[in-house]
Design a protein around this ligand. Structure first.
Ligand SMILES: Cc1ncc(COP(=O)(O)O)c(C=O)c1O
Length: 454
């Protein structure tokens, strides 16, 4: 019988991140300066990021060494286990072999510390003493709070109002690690005050919380900004997960057929699949399937074009799949998937048809989460449950076709602080939201009419 968990020793942990930029099948369109409409130069980003991270953002080196200090901290929970989901396979009656890469073992409970620790490290090297950020579900905020506490950096988190109300324990976690956490929209920034004036009960959105954090960082000498997803360097830091999966599948004597992950800004999914993209380009038959909520369907229903990363139009323009920067998604429970856009690198791979996408209602997602919890025991975050639903669907397809495929699910985080959403599901109180086309069309009216190259 094969092992239920495949471990790597600490000495087998990857020592470098993988930068996909030199291996892309098409050129990545540059971020544009909204003031000039011209490609950004590194100096444009200096008010927000340390130069070392800007260099990673634009870098073309295929491998970037992970600093020793970051490796030392990664070892608090890494390498993370790859589980074989024997009980789930049996429950589904599938001939597929299902694995899940368990990123919930980090102290903050998700994949987010993989980049939070790296970003805090480079900020510290640069002499930064305070970092501002946004958080959706609270996973990213808690990851950065953890990382900042390890590097003795002050941390200010703007947390999307709906999650702030639904998840008080995430806030307490951040505060325990020494961070300050405010609900967004807040009265602390222009961007927040503008929205509150229009809608005092606004549930907030990631796009808006980003505006608040960017404004905070740009207006203070001592503060830089940190983003938990979307940007190239963030996705690169996450590749440690996919690189580990590669080694672990080799130990299991298996070969990847399908990789399922959930997509918010795209960082966990990119981390799991980027190390395999070159194999696919070289002819290996691998599928990557990104799962998103029907309430925020940027990969399945949005346009691929330049837009702002935030509500208040403070960020550079990024070429990405976008529902419009003014789009405020319905308040579904997977708070970390409520972002209007997607990482430019992942958007490009979707556009090139190397990555597939699928959208789900929240009730079917929670049904999958409960099936998983009752077979595998682990209780996933609502975001992660999208990946599980996708993996289950793929396994059921294998049941129909009789194909013995190898399916890997990106288990991005646990749901121990999301029990209110399980409560709503178990009591039949979860709403399935269908997004009318007019809502998307309305938000798209605010997207600037900019193309590159002109
Ligand atoms: C557990 C979990 N998974 C996935 C996501 C989505 O983010 P990303 O697409 O950047 O991985 C989040 C975001 O907060 C999260 O908390």
């Amino acid at each position: 019988m094969a092992d239920t968990k495949i471990f790597l020793s600490e000495s087998e942990m990857p020592q470098a991140w993988y930068n996909i930029q030199p291996d892309l099948p098409a050129p990545l369109m540059p971020p544009l300066n909204p003031a000039t409409g011209e490609p950004l130069v590194p100096e444009d980003l200096l008010p927000l990021f340390p130069m070392s991270l800007i260099e990673q953002e634009m870098g073309m080196e295929r491998w970037v060494d992970i600093p020793d200090e970051v490796l030392r901290i990664y070892k608090l929970w890494r390498p993370s286990p790859l589980h074989r989901a024997f009980a789930l396979e049996e429950e589904l009656g599938t001939p597929a072999r299902i694995y899940y890469k368990n990123e919930s073992v980090s102290p903050a409970g998700s994949h987010k510390p993989n980049t939070a620790v790296a970003q805090a490290y480079y900020n510290k090297q640069d002499g930064v003493t305070r970092i501002a950020t946004e958080t959706g579900a609270g996973q990213w905020g808690s990851a950065l709070a953890l990382a900042c506490s390890l590097f003795d950096i002050e941390c200010q988190v703007y947390m999307v109002r709906i999650s702030y109300d639904q998840k008080p324990y995430r806030r307490l976690m951040m505060e325990t690690w020494g961070a300050q956490c405010l609900p967004s929209p807040s009265n602390q920034t222009e961007a927040g005050r503008r929205i509150l004036a229009r809608d005092p009960d606004s549930p907030g959105s990631l796009g808006l919380a980003i505006s608040e954090a960017v404004e905070d960082a740009a207006s203070r000498e001592d503060t830089k900004y940190s983003l938990g997803s979307v940007l190239n360097h963030v996705l690169m830091h996450q590749t440690i997960t996919g690189l580990e999966i590669k080694k672990q599948l080799a130990i299991a004597g298996d070969k990847l057929d399908v990789l399922c992950g959930c997509v918010g800004g795209g960082s966990n999914f990119a981390g799991f699949c980027f190390p395999f993209v070159k194999d696919k380009l070289d002819g290996q038959d691998i599928r990557f399937v990104g799962a998103e909520p029907r309430a925020c369907p940027k990969l399945t229903r949005a346009q691929y074009r330049y837009d702002f990363g935030d509500n208040a139009q403070l960020t550079p323009l990024l070429k990405m799949h976008t529902l419009g920067h003014s789009f405020i998604p319905p308040p579904i429970h997977a708070g970390g998937l409520r972002y209007h856009g997607d990482a430019p690198l992942l958007s490009l791979l979707v556009d090139q048809k190397l990555v597939e996408a699928r959208a789900y209602y929240q009730n079917e997602v929670f049904e999958a989460a409960v099936t998983f919890a009752r077979t595998e025991g682990h209780l996933p975050a609502p975001e992660t449950a999208h990946a599980i639903k996708c993996g289950i669907d793929e396994a059921l397809r294998c049941k129909e076709t009789g194909k013995e495929e190898c399916i890997v699910i990106g288990y991005s985080g646990h749901g121990h602080f999301d029990l209110a959403s399980y409560d709503a599901y178990l009591r039949g109180q979860l709403e399935d939201v269908d997004l009318p086309q007019e809502t998307i069309d309305e938000a798209m009216k605010d997207v600037p009419d900019i193309t590159w190259p002109r």
